[in-house]
Design a protein around this ligand. Structure first.
Ligand code: PFF
Length: 447
């Protein structure tokens, strides 16, 4: 299934890579955290609906742009444009997505570095090291060291290209991630207090379902999770063979992404109640469940500490899980800008990867040095503004600029009968009207 510029060698290769991009800290950290602070299962329900009815159609739009264009985000969108104005618009949207991916990677790498250093702490304890505490204490040096390490891992994989880098590593890491996640769930749900956590997670408080804040958070979470508005799914789409059925491939990736978020909730929320049974405080002063970074870096480590030597293994497994999830996502973020530099500026891949990776590392360093302001600023800029706007513009591009017949011809490759399918009856209307409007309304509301 290889295409001339390199591509995924198999269907499973694409599924693992795209699911690897989608499944990340957003699923294992963001989703349970949002669920905890937005009324438990009510949030889960809204999230599922939005993921399939809003994020999936937008995801399909991005995959199709890439598969049609067989190139980086800007070139692909320009191939669909007919007028000079449309070409400029294509540049704005495609390049905007690439910048968005780079910005996300700059702060994501900092978080990922924390995950790696928390994974090393239990090893340091086992080795009897006096400095184990250093790995779990905030310091500029630790943050810089681990962010740099993480960025070099990302650069190392992306340098090797699509098949030997992205595909190979996604196929190795994703199964490990799933095994770790399921093993941790099986262990945690057997502990005292877990039943109460499952109850809190799975019992919806329906009264909250239409709260605007809940809708905004669920949409943001769904878009972040499917890596939309970042050019990533465009470039991954461009590496898929024309023989593949994109409609089912997209649905499979969405299903994996949503399922892993759901599973992560089954781990993290019960773990919080297990921690409570061990005497750890899990409610904030206003009565809500502790969320955000305190959940991952205070509550859960306190739980692991209370488990004695078993806690060392559980803590290690948990933070390795987080690090793997972060790595398969970060490689996709770097691929967006790298493919642009390689294809538009004729740069050798290894040089482009190193230069762009180091450029993003400089940005991460600025974030680390001004963490209290910059972390939040860059994250808000990229995920609350950049991603929804670019994702919305991609839908507008597909719905209003690309000819319906051309779209049909593209989807028919790999799915000859699509014309008679439910997908073709609904999806074009969705991308033309519903997705841009819904994203726009939620976005304006969030301001
Ligand atoms: N989808 C990833 C997550 O849920 O953690 C985050 C992400 C990956 C965002 C790739 C943007 C991106 F381009």
């Amino acid at each position: 299934m290889s295409v001339s510029r390199g591509g995924f060698s198999s269907r499973i290769g694409f599924i693992m890579a795209a699911a690897g991009s989608a499944v990340g800290l957003g699923n294992i950290w963001g989703f349970p955290t949002q669920t905890a602070s937005n009324g438990g299962a009510a949030f889960v329900l809204v999230y599922l609906v939005l993921a399939f009815f809003l994020a999936y159609p937008a995801f399909m739009a991005e995959l199709l742009i890439g598969r049609f264009g067989q190139a980086n985000a800007v070139t692909s969108m320009q191939k669909m444009s007919r007028t000079a104005a449309q070409k400029k618009f294509a540049f704005f949207v495609g390049f905007g997505g690439i910048i968005c991916a780079a910005l996300i990677l700059s702060f994501y790498g900092v978080f990922a570095g924390w995950m790696m250093s928390f994974a090393i702490e239990p090893i340091a304890i086992l080795l009897g090291s006096d400095s184990a505490q250093w790995f779990v204490s905030q310091s500029i040096f630790r943050n810089l060291l681990f962010t740099t390490l993480f960025m070099f891992l990302t650069i190392f994989i992306i340098r090797s290209g699509v098949e030997n880098g992205i595909e190979k590593w996604s196929k190795r890491l994703m199964p490990v991630l799933i095994v770790l996640l399921v093993s941790l769930i099986i262990y945690v749900v057997t502990l005292d207090g877990a039943a109460e956590g499952l109850n809190a997670y799975l019992n919806p408080d329906f009264s909250r379902i239409f709260e605007p804040d809940l809708l905004i958070s669920a949409m943001g979470q769904a878009f972040f999770s499917l890596s939309l508005g970042t050019s990533v799914m465009i470039i991954y789409g461009s590496y898929i063979s024309k023989e593949e059925n994109l409609v089912t491939l997209g649905a499979q990736v969405t299903l994996i992404d949503v399922s892993i978020a759901f599973l992560a909730g089954l781990l993290v929320i019960p773990a919080m109640y297990v921690a409570q049974a061990q005497g750890v405080v899990i409610f904030a002063e206003d009565g809500s469940l502790i969320s955000g970074s305190s959940l991952i870096f205070t509550v859960l480590p306190a739980l692991f500490d209370s488990m004695g030597s078993m806690g060392l293994f559980v803590g290690f497994a948990f933070f390795i899980l987080m690090s793997i999830a972060a790595l398969t996502s970060s490689i996709s973020m770097l691929e967006g800008p790298v493919s642009y530099a390689v294809e538009r500026h004729d740069m050798p891949r290894s040089k482009a990867t190193l230069l762009i990776g180091l450029g993003i590392l400089v940005l991460s360093t600025i974030i680390v040095l001004n963490i209290s302001f910059m972390l939040d600023f860059v994250a808000t800029l990229a995920t609350q503004y950049g991603q929804p706007i670019i994702a919305m513009l991609c839908c507008i591009f597909v719905g209003w600029i690309w000819h319906r017949n051309e779209i049909l011809t593209e989807i028919k490759k790999g799915y000859g009968e699509v014309e008679n399918s439910l997908f073709w009856k609904i999806w074009p209307i969705y991308t033309k009207f519903i997705c841009p409007t819904a994203i726009g309304v939620v976005f304006i509301h969030s301001l």
